[in-house]
Design a protein around this ligand. Sequence first.
Ligand code: PLP
Length: 438
Amino acid sequence: MSSLIERDRASLWHPYAPASATLPLWAVEAADGVALRLRDEDGRIHEVLDAMSSWWSVIHGYRHPVLDAAAHRQVEHFSHVMFGGLTHQPAVELAERLAAMTPGNLERVFLADSGSISVEVALKLAVQFQTAKGRPKRQRFLTIRGGYHGDTFAAMGVCDPVDGMHSAFPGLLAKNVFAPRPPAAAKATPAAMEQWRADVERLASEHTDELAAIIVEPVLQGAGGMFAYPAECVRILREVANHHGLLLILDEIATGFGRTGELFAADHAGVTPDIMCVGKALTGGYLTLAATVCTAEVAKAVSGGGAGALLHGPTFMANPLACAVANASLGLLQEGTWRADVARVGAGLASGLTPALKLDGVTDVRTIGGVGVIELRDAVDVAAVTRTAVEHGVWVRPFRNLIYAMPPYISSAAEVQSIAEGMVAAAQGVQASDGVAA
Ligand SMILES: *Cc1c(COP(=O)(O)O)cnc(C)c1O
């Protein structure tokens, strides 16, 4: 009998991966709290701490009793019904919770089945809004370089034009308008801020007649490079949007639900967008679900426009099972100690990662909220870094030149310390192999 990993290699795709056995794989045998039990290709077992929260999502840890119970309850009730013409308690409760939690007057909720789809819906809302207002030529978007908004075509079109996947689909991606990346949070001099503001204002005025909205990840760009920038820049984008009649879309799919130290990254800036996308941690990492939340003004304009409706409606819209778990997860956040937890995780990463600054290939170490980043001069060998970290009892998934962590909020100070040590050891390993090659 071939192993699970061999069978996987014969039949499955993995994220951004070729259909061949080029990268190592581990089989998950169990997941509980912050811990994963992994089996490697030689059959050896590794107990590791999950520094990734399964890509920002598992904020309360694996097999949380409250989330498990919510899922069981809903399965015994009904797991799915169509949302055309029907409604149900989990969806209504979730919409009310999201309207109450999100900034300002965001109140109308579209429940989508993944983050990328919630971005598609946000972009459609913006274009339909402008058309309804008599500005049908406004079909493009202004964004900043270094962003990541998902893998569907319209979402890819607002990802970073160099590091995104634009070059693979040159004929299919919309020609959007890209402003420079804002100054890094740690290096934002008044002069740099003024220059950036001037660049954004210039692009917005040059393209006003064709722009529907500005879309960015507020304060922290995630998959585009774990890059933190000043909250003041989000306020500038709000002003520019107002000035030119553009909507402001904030993509909080990664940053939402406490990860940056505020409930939403927009809260650092005190800015209310016209449209906000959330996903990833929405169900505590149990099921795929995302939401696009907009103001009453946007909802009213789109509903009163020529189309007479928002033109989107996925089969699994507002899946009751996912909504029920999301309600339980948001309940844990609202009743819980997420603010102190994220602060503990962040402080642990900040002190635990500091030793990496002494390593040769390391160019920067930074934390924001419950995210910690070791930035290296060169792209890392993903397989080597992952293997070294696993040997040190930590699960990380580096990309490009970054080894980073966003541990579950429930991680203890000791667990965060172990995660940081594993990351530093992995960065040290990179340095060692550099030495051999040189
Ligand atoms: C992950 C992510 C997305 C895409 O979400 P999926 O659920 O993977 O489709 C969009 N925007 C941001 C900021 C993200 O981090």
